[in-house]
Design a protein around this ligand. Structure first.
Ligand SMILES: Cc1cc2nc3c(=O)[nH]c(=O)nc-3n(C[C@H](O)[C@H](O)[C@H](O)COP(=O)(O)OP(=O)(O)OC[C@H]3O[C@@H](n4cnc5c(N)ncnc54)[C@H](O)[C@@H]3O)c2cc1C
Length: 395
């Protein structure tokens, strides 16, 4: 194993990257080292999203990086976008979650289903980090099955009146704008679910921090409440006519980024475990020279390499326009599971030090439990794949 990225690029994926993709990786990797790593431990302990990094993320072009330049975005290919997610999550899943929500769940629906005016109003501000966005789909009683959502947008003489609540909303308390999915017809009629662009200073809109989290502590998670929120006619995303399919299309974008992102957290944990194994001496020798730890590290490297190949191939298919949501389900499910395993094994290898915030594996381990649950739980992706394999829905 040689070269700058020794040990975490065992199958030489580096040689498959374009010069631009390598440059993107190095730029974001350096930024994470310089700007995220020095503050992330304290931010985590203080349960604080480091909002001061947002304008820098805007300047780096990581927000909605695969959307077109004409709206102020970087216009990168999907592999470069995936690499950005990987490098951000090497730092912390909360930082990657911020970028995923902003890009894939707020900017993407405005780009894909919005009017030209909505695109021109919001995309440049969201790309630069001048505005922060959140995405409201999940409700207190409708998590894995948003089809039953209660949040309702009622037609009024000159627009819409929004009532209801959304739960577990990333960036919720920081957001300037929320993309909210609401029922416009009968509850359960998934065809009449529509997307709305809701400025968070609209009267009747409130966001409350979710208290008591034990995971993703350097990320803002909130409950949104809408009480007679009066919206103009043009608040609706005009092309969001596909019912539930359209928020699910946003989730496909975000899950794609997660499949790459979690590889970054696993790489960070592997790096930490490998260097610790060489330094920590017990029973007269480095623990890295003991067979049990070598098996552990060999398993970690194998799983990371498999996940890197899955992410890369998924990126190729996304760029070719052939990627299916089912292929994304496989990648999200497998790669997050992999990262959970790697983080836990790294933490264990570190012994008592592994529970300290000065080391990173336990922070990643705790974060990844949220990633395992959000954007379709592991179980739900099992059911998606089960249906794909057998043709029988088992929800
Ligand atoms: C930190 C964090 C950030 C989030 N950010 C956002 C956000 O920005 N926007 C947003 O809209 N949502 C967000 N979510 C919500 C997330 O998408 C939901 O938590 C997720 O969809 C699961 O819903 P639930 O928590 O209600 O679990 P439930 O749906 O209640 O599931 C509970 C358990 O039952 C299992 N289960 C469910 N259905 C079945 C079935 N048919 N068969 C077998 N098992 C089943 C699940 O796998 C899980 O183990 C976030 C969540 C977290 C934790």
């Amino acid at each position: 194993m040689a070269g700058k990225f020794e040990g975490v690029d065992f199958y030489d994926i580096d040689t498959l990257l374009t010069e631009e993709q390598r440059m993107v990786r190095d730029t974001i990797r350096d930024w994470v080292e310089d700007r995220v790593m020095p503050l992330i431990g304290d931010a985590y302990i203080e349960r604080r999203f480091p909002k001061e990094l947002v304008p820098e993320m805007g300047e780096l072009g990581v927000l909605g990086a695969n959307l077109p330049e004409e709206y102020g975005c970087a216009g990168l290919d999907n592999i470069a976008y995936g690499i950005i997610m990987q490098e951000l999550e090497r730092g912390d899943s909360g930082i990657r979650s911020f970028a995923s929500v902003q890009g894939a769940l707020v900017m993407y629906p405005i780009f894909a289903f919005g009017s030209e005016a909505q695109k021109r109003t919001w995309l440049p501000k969201l790309a630069s980090g001048e505005a922060i966005g959140c995405f409201g789909l999940t409700e207190p009683d409708y998590g894995s099955n948003p089809a039953g959502m209660i949040t309702r947008a009622e037609k009024t003489a000159d627009g819409w009146r929004l009532n209801g609540a959304k739960m577990w909303i990333t960036n919720g308390s920081q957001a300037d704008v929320a993309v909210v999915w609401a029922q416009t017809g009968e509850q359960g009629d998934t065809r009449s679910i529509r997307g709305f662009v809701v400025p968070t200073d609209t009267p009747g809109f409130t966001a409350r921090d979710q208290k008591g989290k034990m995971s993703l502590l350097a990320s803002d998670t909130s409950e949104l409440v809408f009480q007679d929120v009066e919206l103009p006619e043009d608040a609706m995303l005009p092309e969001s006519t596909g019912g539930l399919k359209h928020p699910l299309m946003c989730l496909t974008q975000a899950r794609y980024g997660i499949a790459w992102g979690v590889v970054g957290s696993a790489m960070a944990c592997f790096d930490e475990a490998r260097s610790y194994s060489k330094e920590r001496v017990m029973f007269d020798g480095p623990i890295g020279g003991k067979q049990i730890q070598q098996v552990r590290l060999a398993d970690m490297l194998t799983k990371i390499t498999q996940a890197q190949l899955v992410a890369f191939r998924l990126g190729q298919m996304k760029d070719a326009g052939t990627m299916t949501p089912f292929q994304v389900s496989l990648a999200k499910r497998a790669n997050v599971d992999m990262a959970c395993d790697i983080a836990r094994e790294a933490r264990r290898l570190l012994g008592a030090n592994g529970i300290l915030v000065e080391y990173h594996s336990m922070r990643h381990m705790a974060n990844l439990e949220s990633v395992y649950t959000y954007e379709g739980t592991h179980d739900i992706h099992s059911l998606v794949l089960g249906q794909t394999i057998t043709g029988i829905a088992a929800y």
